[in-house]
Design a protein. Structure first.
Length: 438
Protein backbone atom coordinates (compact mmCIF):
# COMPACT_ATOMS: atom_id res chain seq x y z
CA UNK A 1 0.00 0.00 0.00
CA UNK A 2 1.33 3.43 -0.97
CA UNK A 3 2.20 5.81 1.84
CA UNK A 4 -0.46 8.52 2.03
CA UNK A 5 1.10 11.90 1.23
CA UNK A 6 -1.10 14.90 0.52
CA UNK A 7 0.21 18.06 -1.11
CA UNK A 8 -0.35 20.78 1.49
CA UNK A 9 1.45 23.76 -0.09
CA UNK A 10 1.09 25.52 -3.43
CA UNK A 11 4.31 24.67 -5.35
CA UNK A 12 6.17 27.66 -6.80
CA UNK A 13 9.08 25.95 -8.61
CA UNK A 14 9.56 27.27 -12.16
CA UNK A 15 11.76 24.75 -13.99
CA UNK A 16 10.19 24.94 -17.45
CA UNK A 17 10.61 27.85 -19.86
CA UNK A 18 10.69 28.90 -23.52
CA UNK A 19 12.36 26.22 -25.66
CA UNK A 20 11.68 23.34 -23.26
CA UNK A 21 9.56 20.42 -24.50
CA UNK A 22 6.24 19.06 -23.24
CA UNK A 23 5.36 15.53 -24.43
CA UNK A 24 1.80 14.27 -24.09
CA UNK A 25 1.91 10.46 -23.82
CA UNK A 26 -1.71 9.75 -24.64
CA UNK A 27 -4.02 11.21 -27.26
CA UNK A 28 -6.13 14.30 -26.56
CA UNK A 29 -9.75 13.59 -27.48
CA UNK A 30 -11.81 15.99 -25.37
CA UNK A 31 -11.69 18.25 -22.35
CA UNK A 32 -10.01 16.36 -19.52
CA UNK A 33 -7.47 16.58 -16.74
CA UNK A 34 -4.47 17.03 -19.05
CA UNK A 35 -5.82 20.26 -20.55
CA UNK A 36 -4.77 22.07 -17.38
CA UNK A 37 -1.21 20.80 -17.80
CA UNK A 38 -1.12 21.73 -21.48
CA UNK A 39 -2.32 25.24 -20.61
CA UNK A 40 0.57 25.60 -18.14
CA UNK A 41 3.12 24.27 -20.66
CA UNK A 42 1.88 26.64 -23.35
CA UNK A 43 1.97 29.61 -20.95
CA UNK A 44 5.60 28.75 -20.12
CA UNK A 45 6.47 28.83 -23.84
CA UNK A 46 7.18 25.11 -24.15
CA UNK A 47 7.10 23.20 -27.44
CA UNK A 48 4.11 20.81 -27.39
CA UNK A 49 4.59 17.30 -28.81
CA UNK A 50 2.16 14.40 -28.76
CA UNK A 51 1.42 10.86 -29.85
CA UNK A 52 -1.59 9.05 -31.27
CA UNK A 53 -3.20 5.78 -30.27
CA UNK A 54 -3.95 5.25 -33.96
CA UNK A 55 -7.26 4.05 -35.38
CA UNK A 56 -8.80 0.67 -36.17
CA UNK A 57 -9.65 -0.49 -39.67
CA UNK A 58 -12.97 -2.30 -40.19
CA UNK A 59 -11.15 -5.61 -39.79
CA UNK A 60 -9.69 -4.50 -36.43
CA UNK A 61 -6.12 -3.91 -37.61
CA UNK A 62 -4.36 -0.89 -36.15
CA UNK A 63 -3.27 1.92 -38.47
CA UNK A 64 -1.70 5.38 -38.34
CA UNK A 65 -3.81 8.52 -38.78
CA UNK A 66 -4.78 9.62 -42.26
CA UNK A 67 -3.45 13.07 -43.31
CA UNK A 68 -6.85 14.59 -42.45
CA UNK A 69 -7.02 12.87 -39.04
CA UNK A 70 -3.41 13.83 -38.34
CA UNK A 71 -4.05 17.50 -39.13
CA UNK A 72 -7.18 17.50 -36.95
CA UNK A 73 -5.35 15.87 -34.01
CA UNK A 74 -2.47 18.36 -34.25
CA UNK A 75 -4.88 21.29 -34.34
CA UNK A 76 -6.64 19.95 -31.22
CA UNK A 77 -3.32 19.52 -29.39
CA UNK A 78 -1.76 22.74 -30.67
CA UNK A 79 1.46 20.88 -31.37
CA UNK A 80 3.15 18.23 -33.45
CA UNK A 81 2.02 14.58 -33.23
CA UNK A 82 4.26 11.61 -34.07
CA UNK A 83 2.03 9.48 -36.30
CA UNK A 84 2.96 6.00 -35.04
CA UNK A 85 0.03 4.12 -33.42
CA UNK A 86 0.47 3.64 -29.67
CA UNK A 87 -2.76 1.86 -28.76
CA UNK A 88 -2.28 0.44 -25.27
CA UNK A 89 -3.65 -2.87 -24.01
CA UNK A 90 -3.81 -6.30 -25.62
CA UNK A 91 -7.55 -6.93 -26.08
CA UNK A 92 -7.13 -6.75 -29.89
CA UNK A 93 -3.70 -8.42 -30.10
CA UNK A 94 -2.84 -12.05 -30.84
CA UNK A 95 -0.03 -14.17 -32.29
CA UNK A 96 -0.43 -14.66 -36.07
CA UNK A 97 -3.43 -16.83 -36.91
CA UNK A 98 -4.80 -16.86 -33.35
CA UNK A 99 -7.91 -15.27 -31.85
CA UNK A 100 -7.47 -12.05 -29.85
CA UNK A 101 -9.15 -11.71 -26.41
CA UNK A 102 -12.05 -9.66 -27.81
CA UNK A 103 -12.79 -12.46 -30.28
CA UNK A 104 -12.50 -15.04 -27.49
CA UNK A 105 -15.12 -13.08 -25.52
CA UNK A 106 -17.54 -12.61 -28.42
CA UNK A 107 -19.84 -15.38 -27.25
CA UNK A 108 -20.29 -14.06 -23.71
CA UNK A 109 -23.87 -13.16 -22.74
CA UNK A 110 -25.55 -11.52 -19.76
CA UNK A 111 -26.62 -15.00 -18.61
CA UNK A 112 -23.34 -16.86 -19.18
CA UNK A 113 -20.54 -14.41 -18.31
CA UNK A 114 -19.98 -15.51 -14.71
CA UNK A 115 -19.38 -19.09 -15.80
CA UNK A 116 -17.58 -18.57 -19.13
CA UNK A 117 -13.89 -19.57 -18.98
CA UNK A 118 -10.85 -18.30 -20.86
CA UNK A 119 -7.69 -20.15 -21.94
CA UNK A 120 -5.06 -18.27 -19.90
CA UNK A 121 -2.14 -19.66 -21.93
CA UNK A 122 -3.67 -18.11 -25.03
CA UNK A 123 -4.47 -14.87 -23.16
CA UNK A 124 -0.86 -14.59 -21.99
CA UNK A 125 0.35 -15.08 -25.58
CA UNK A 126 -1.93 -12.21 -26.64
CA UNK A 127 -0.62 -10.03 -23.81
CA UNK A 128 2.97 -10.75 -24.88
CA UNK A 129 2.09 -9.83 -28.48
CA UNK A 130 0.45 -6.59 -27.35
CA UNK A 131 3.35 -5.56 -25.13
CA UNK A 132 5.86 -6.30 -27.91
CA UNK A 133 3.85 -4.22 -30.39
CA UNK A 134 3.49 -1.31 -27.97
CA UNK A 135 7.08 -1.22 -26.73
CA UNK A 136 8.51 -1.43 -30.26
CA UNK A 137 6.26 1.45 -31.36
CA UNK A 138 7.21 3.42 -28.23
CA UNK A 139 10.90 3.09 -29.16
CA UNK A 140 10.10 4.33 -32.67
CA UNK A 141 8.11 7.29 -31.32
CA UNK A 142 10.84 8.27 -28.85
CA UNK A 143 13.46 8.16 -31.60
CA UNK A 144 11.40 10.77 -33.48
CA UNK A 145 10.78 12.88 -30.37
CA UNK A 146 14.51 12.80 -29.55
CA UNK A 147 15.19 14.63 -32.82
CA UNK A 148 12.82 17.44 -31.75
CA UNK A 149 14.43 18.11 -28.34
CA UNK A 150 17.23 20.69 -28.54
CA UNK A 151 20.37 20.39 -26.40
CA UNK A 152 19.97 22.20 -23.10
CA UNK A 153 16.20 21.77 -23.00
CA UNK A 154 14.19 20.37 -20.08
CA UNK A 155 11.49 17.79 -20.89
CA UNK A 156 8.11 17.15 -19.29
CA UNK A 157 6.43 13.79 -20.11
CA UNK A 158 2.72 13.73 -19.19
CA UNK A 159 1.30 10.18 -19.10
CA UNK A 160 -2.48 10.11 -19.60
CA UNK A 161 -3.25 6.56 -20.73
CA UNK A 162 -6.15 4.89 -18.93
CA UNK A 163 -8.94 2.40 -19.54
CA UNK A 164 -8.86 -1.08 -21.01
CA UNK A 165 -12.38 -2.53 -21.16
CA UNK A 166 -12.65 -4.86 -24.18
CA UNK A 167 -15.35 -3.90 -26.69
CA UNK A 168 -17.84 -6.72 -26.22
CA UNK A 169 -21.61 -6.25 -26.48
CA UNK A 170 -22.48 -7.87 -23.18
CA UNK A 171 -20.21 -5.71 -21.06
CA UNK A 172 -22.30 -2.54 -21.18
CA UNK A 173 -25.26 -4.42 -19.74
CA UNK A 174 -23.02 -5.95 -17.05
CA UNK A 175 -21.48 -2.56 -16.22
CA UNK A 176 -24.90 -0.94 -15.96
CA UNK A 177 -25.85 -3.50 -13.29
CA UNK A 178 -22.60 -3.12 -11.33
CA UNK A 179 -22.14 0.66 -11.51
CA UNK A 180 -25.73 1.87 -11.89
CA UNK A 181 -27.91 -0.97 -10.59
CA UNK A 182 -29.84 -1.00 -7.33
CA UNK A 183 -32.63 -3.11 -5.93
CA UNK A 184 -33.34 -6.04 -8.26
CA UNK A 185 -30.86 -4.68 -10.80
CA UNK A 186 -27.93 -4.55 -8.34
CA UNK A 187 -24.94 -6.70 -9.18
CA UNK A 188 -21.88 -7.28 -7.02
CA UNK A 189 -18.57 -5.90 -8.24
CA UNK A 190 -16.95 -8.93 -6.60
CA UNK A 191 -18.85 -11.19 -9.03
CA UNK A 192 -17.08 -9.39 -11.88
CA UNK A 193 -13.63 -9.60 -10.28
CA UNK A 194 -14.03 -13.32 -9.56
CA UNK A 195 -15.05 -14.13 -13.16
CA UNK A 196 -12.61 -14.83 -15.99
CA UNK A 197 -14.01 -11.75 -17.78
CA UNK A 198 -13.16 -9.61 -14.75
CA UNK A 199 -9.67 -11.07 -14.42
CA UNK A 200 -9.00 -10.28 -18.08
CA UNK A 201 -10.27 -6.70 -17.62
CA UNK A 202 -7.98 -6.21 -14.61
CA UNK A 203 -5.02 -7.48 -16.67
CA UNK A 204 -5.85 -5.08 -19.49
CA UNK A 205 -6.36 -2.19 -17.03
CA UNK A 206 -2.84 -2.90 -15.74
CA UNK A 207 -1.43 -2.80 -19.26
CA UNK A 208 -3.22 0.40 -20.29
CA UNK A 209 -3.33 2.48 -17.10
CA UNK A 210 -0.14 1.40 -15.32
CA UNK A 211 2.44 -0.52 -17.31
CA UNK A 212 2.47 2.08 -20.07
CA UNK A 213 4.17 4.47 -17.62
CA UNK A 214 7.02 1.97 -17.28
CA UNK A 215 7.17 1.47 -21.05
CA UNK A 216 7.38 5.27 -21.45
CA UNK A 217 10.16 5.61 -18.87
CA UNK A 218 12.12 2.74 -20.48
CA UNK A 219 11.62 3.94 -24.07
CA UNK A 220 12.73 7.48 -23.21
CA UNK A 221 15.91 6.40 -21.35
CA UNK A 222 18.08 7.61 -24.23
CA UNK A 223 16.37 11.02 -24.26
CA UNK A 224 16.80 11.26 -20.48
CA UNK A 225 20.50 10.44 -20.67
CA UNK A 226 21.14 13.00 -23.41
CA UNK A 227 19.08 15.76 -21.76
CA UNK A 228 20.72 15.25 -18.37
CA UNK A 229 24.23 15.09 -19.89
CA UNK A 230 23.58 18.56 -21.34
CA UNK A 231 22.43 19.96 -17.97
CA UNK A 232 18.69 19.59 -18.53
CA UNK A 233 16.10 17.88 -16.35
CA UNK A 234 13.31 15.41 -17.14
CA UNK A 235 10.00 14.96 -15.33
CA UNK A 236 7.23 12.39 -15.69
CA UNK A 237 3.70 12.79 -14.37
CA UNK A 238 0.69 10.47 -14.39
CA UNK A 239 -2.93 10.78 -13.28
CA UNK A 240 -4.01 8.60 -10.39
CA UNK A 241 -7.12 8.18 -8.31
CA UNK A 242 -7.04 6.78 -4.80
CA UNK A 243 -9.78 8.66 -2.97
CA UNK A 244 -9.83 12.35 -2.02
CA UNK A 245 -10.07 14.40 1.15
CA UNK A 246 -13.23 16.50 1.13
CA UNK A 247 -14.99 18.55 3.82
CA UNK A 248 -17.22 16.38 6.01
CA UNK A 249 -18.45 18.17 9.12
CA UNK A 250 -15.96 21.02 8.53
CA UNK A 251 -12.96 18.66 8.54
CA UNK A 252 -11.07 17.30 5.57
CA UNK A 253 -11.67 13.54 5.52
CA UNK A 254 -10.40 10.95 3.03
CA UNK A 255 -13.27 9.26 1.20
CA UNK A 256 -13.64 7.40 -2.05
CA UNK A 257 -15.98 6.37 -4.81
CA UNK A 258 -16.96 2.67 -4.64
CA UNK A 259 -16.66 0.44 -6.59
CA UNK A 260 -13.67 1.75 -8.50
CA UNK A 261 -12.55 -1.30 -10.48
CA UNK A 262 -9.54 0.54 -11.98
CA UNK A 263 -8.19 1.07 -8.46
CA UNK A 264 -5.95 -1.98 -8.69
CA UNK A 265 -4.27 -0.58 -11.81
CA UNK A 266 -3.97 2.86 -10.20
CA UNK A 267 -2.10 1.29 -7.26
CA UNK A 268 0.18 -0.48 -9.73
CA UNK A 269 0.75 2.92 -11.39
CA UNK A 270 1.83 4.30 -8.01
CA UNK A 271 4.28 1.43 -7.51
CA UNK A 272 5.83 2.06 -10.94
CA UNK A 273 6.44 5.71 -10.02
CA UNK A 274 7.93 4.67 -6.68
CA UNK A 275 10.28 2.19 -8.38
CA UNK A 276 11.35 4.83 -10.93
CA UNK A 277 11.95 7.39 -8.16
CA UNK A 278 14.18 4.89 -6.34
CA UNK A 279 16.25 4.65 -9.55
CA UNK A 280 16.69 8.43 -9.74
CA UNK A 281 13.91 9.05 -12.28
CA UNK A 282 11.54 11.83 -11.20
CA UNK A 283 8.10 10.34 -11.90
CA UNK A 284 5.10 11.51 -9.87
CA UNK A 285 1.58 10.10 -9.81
CA UNK A 286 -0.85 12.84 -8.80
CA UNK A 287 -3.98 11.32 -7.25
CA UNK A 288 -6.67 13.75 -8.39
CA UNK A 289 -10.23 14.31 -7.12
CA UNK A 290 -13.36 12.74 -8.52
CA UNK A 291 -14.75 14.66 -11.52
CA UNK A 292 -17.30 14.08 -14.26
CA UNK A 293 -15.84 13.09 -17.63
CA UNK A 294 -17.14 11.12 -20.61
CA UNK A 295 -15.47 8.01 -19.20
CA UNK A 296 -16.57 8.51 -15.56
CA UNK A 297 -20.26 8.94 -16.39
CA UNK A 298 -20.78 5.18 -16.27
CA UNK A 299 -20.09 5.44 -12.51
CA UNK A 300 -23.25 6.99 -11.06
CA UNK A 301 -22.46 8.73 -7.77
CA UNK A 302 -18.78 9.43 -8.51
CA UNK A 303 -19.76 13.10 -8.85
CA UNK A 304 -21.21 13.45 -5.33
CA UNK A 305 -17.79 14.18 -3.80
CA UNK A 306 -17.52 17.32 -5.94
CA UNK A 307 -20.16 19.36 -4.11
CA UNK A 308 -18.11 19.99 -0.93
CA UNK A 309 -15.53 21.83 -3.09
CA UNK A 310 -17.88 24.82 -2.78
CA UNK A 311 -17.40 24.70 1.00
CA UNK A 312 -13.62 24.35 0.59
CA UNK A 313 -13.47 27.47 -1.63
CA UNK A 314 -14.90 29.53 1.24
CA UNK A 315 -12.95 27.77 3.98
CA UNK A 316 -9.63 28.35 2.18
CA UNK A 317 -9.91 32.13 2.11
CA UNK A 318 -12.19 32.53 -0.88
CA UNK A 319 -13.72 35.98 -1.35
CA UNK A 320 -15.84 37.48 -4.10
CA UNK A 321 -14.73 34.93 -6.69
CA UNK A 322 -15.65 31.99 -4.42
CA UNK A 323 -19.09 33.54 -3.86
CA UNK A 324 -19.42 33.90 -7.62
CA UNK A 325 -18.99 30.11 -7.95
CA UNK A 326 -21.79 29.60 -5.43
CA UNK A 327 -24.02 31.97 -7.42
CA UNK A 328 -23.25 30.14 -10.71
CA UNK A 329 -24.18 26.82 -9.09
CA UNK A 330 -27.36 28.25 -7.50
CA UNK A 331 -28.50 29.44 -10.93
CA UNK A 332 -28.27 25.88 -12.29
CA UNK A 333 -30.91 24.64 -9.83
CA UNK A 334 -34.65 24.52 -10.35
CA UNK A 335 -37.03 27.10 -8.96
CA UNK A 336 -37.30 27.01 -5.18
CA UNK A 337 -34.25 24.75 -4.73
CA UNK A 338 -31.46 26.28 -2.65
CA UNK A 339 -27.80 25.36 -3.08
CA UNK A 340 -27.54 25.06 0.70
CA UNK A 341 -30.24 22.38 0.69
CA UNK A 342 -28.16 20.36 -1.82
CA UNK A 343 -25.07 20.69 0.39
CA UNK A 344 -27.17 19.62 3.40
CA UNK A 345 -28.29 16.50 1.49
CA UNK A 346 -24.65 15.73 0.72
CA UNK A 347 -23.63 16.17 4.34
CA UNK A 348 -26.41 13.80 5.42
CA UNK A 349 -25.29 11.27 2.80
CA UNK A 350 -21.63 11.52 3.86
CA UNK A 351 -22.47 11.20 7.56
CA UNK A 352 -24.42 7.94 7.17
CA UNK A 353 -22.91 4.79 8.63
CA UNK A 354 -23.09 3.22 5.15
CA UNK A 355 -20.92 5.95 3.60
CA UNK A 356 -18.53 6.04 6.54
CA UNK A 357 -17.95 2.27 6.37
CA UNK A 358 -16.26 2.70 2.97
CA UNK A 359 -13.71 5.23 4.25
CA UNK A 360 -11.15 2.48 4.82
CA UNK A 361 -7.91 3.51 3.11
CA UNK A 362 -6.15 0.17 3.77
CA UNK A 363 -9.00 -1.86 2.22
CA UNK A 364 -9.27 0.24 -0.97
CA UNK A 365 -10.76 -0.40 -3.50
CA UNK A 366 -13.66 -2.03 -1.64
CA UNK A 367 -16.48 -4.01 -3.27
CA UNK A 368 -19.88 -2.40 -3.68
CA UNK A 369 -22.90 -3.43 -1.59
CA UNK A 370 -26.69 -3.23 -2.16
CA UNK A 371 -26.93 -0.73 0.74
CA UNK A 372 -24.30 1.62 -0.74
CA UNK A 373 -25.81 1.38 -4.24
CA UNK A 374 -29.26 2.30 -2.90
CA UNK A 375 -27.92 5.26 -0.95
CA UNK A 376 -25.35 6.58 -3.44
CA UNK A 377 -27.30 6.14 -6.67
CA UNK A 378 -30.50 7.33 -5.01
CA UNK A 379 -28.80 10.49 -3.72
CA UNK A 380 -27.22 11.11 -7.12
CA UNK A 381 -30.53 10.70 -8.96
CA UNK A 382 -32.35 12.95 -6.48
CA UNK A 383 -29.81 15.78 -6.75
CA UNK A 384 -29.66 15.54 -10.55
CA UNK A 385 -33.46 15.88 -10.69
CA UNK A 386 -33.29 19.22 -8.82
CA UNK A 387 -31.44 20.97 -11.67
CA UNK A 388 -33.11 23.15 -14.30
CA UNK A 389 -31.43 21.16 -17.07
CA UNK A 390 -29.96 17.67 -16.68
CA UNK A 391 -27.38 18.60 -19.33
CA UNK A 392 -26.14 21.58 -17.28
CA UNK A 393 -25.17 20.24 -13.86
CA UNK A 394 -23.37 21.82 -10.92
CA UNK A 395 -20.87 18.97 -11.11
CA UNK A 396 -19.93 19.99 -14.67
CA UNK A 397 -18.95 23.44 -13.42
CA UNK A 398 -17.11 22.06 -10.40
CA UNK A 399 -15.28 19.51 -12.59
CA UNK A 400 -13.98 22.37 -14.76
CA UNK A 401 -12.73 24.14 -11.62
CA UNK A 402 -10.88 21.02 -10.45
CA UNK A 403 -9.21 20.74 -13.87
CA UNK A 404 -8.13 24.36 -13.64
CA UNK A 405 -6.67 23.87 -10.16
CA UNK A 406 -4.79 20.64 -10.83
CA UNK A 407 -2.89 22.02 -13.86
CA UNK A 408 -0.58 24.42 -12.00
CA UNK A 409 -0.31 22.13 -8.96
CA UNK A 410 1.02 19.29 -11.14
CA UNK A 411 3.15 21.49 -13.39
CA UNK A 412 4.99 23.25 -10.56
CA UNK A 413 4.73 20.26 -8.20
CA UNK A 414 6.56 18.04 -10.70
CA UNK A 415 9.22 20.74 -11.10
CA UNK A 416 9.66 20.89 -7.31
CA UNK A 417 10.39 17.14 -7.13
CA UNK A 418 8.36 16.37 -3.99
CA UNK A 419 7.48 12.64 -3.96
CA UNK A 420 6.55 9.74 -6.27
CA UNK A 421 2.87 9.81 -5.22
CA UNK A 422 0.91 12.88 -4.10
CA UNK A 423 -2.77 13.39 -3.29
CA UNK A 424 -4.39 16.60 -4.55
CA UNK A 425 -7.30 17.09 -2.16
CA UNK A 426 -10.03 19.73 -1.98
CA UNK A 427 -8.01 21.92 0.41
CA UNK A 428 -5.09 22.50 -1.96
CA UNK A 429 -7.33 22.66 -5.06
CA UNK A 430 -9.41 25.39 -3.37
CA UNK A 431 -6.33 27.31 -2.25
CA UNK A 432 -4.84 27.15 -5.74
CA UNK A 433 -8.08 28.31 -7.35
CA UNK A 434 -8.48 31.17 -4.89
CA UNK A 435 -4.86 32.22 -5.54
CA UNK A 436 -5.44 32.18 -9.31
CA UNK A 437 -8.54 34.38 -9.00
CA UNK A 438 -7.49 36.90 -6.34
Amino acid sequence: MTEYKALRHIPQANLFRQGDVFVLFGELFGRGYVNGLIDEARAAGMTILGITVGRRNDDGTLRALTPEEHAEAEAKLGGRIINVPLMAGFDMDAPPGEQNPTEMLSGITLKSWQDDKLDWTKIEACRTAGVQRFTQSAQEVMAEIDKLIPDGANVFFAHTMAGGIPKIKAFLAIANRIYKGRGDRFMSSRALLDSDLGKLILMNFDEVSANTLKYLIDASAGIRARVEAKGGQVRYTAYGYHGTEILIGDEYVWQTYTNYTQGYAKMRLESIAEAAWAQGVTATVFNCPEIRTNSSDIFVGVELSLFPLLLALKKEGGGAWAQEQWDICQNLLGEGVSLQSILDKLETYLQTATSASFRNFDAWPMDNTPELADLMIGTSDEITSLHKDKKALITDHLSALVLEGTGPLMFHGAAEKIAPVLWLNHDIIARQLNALHQ
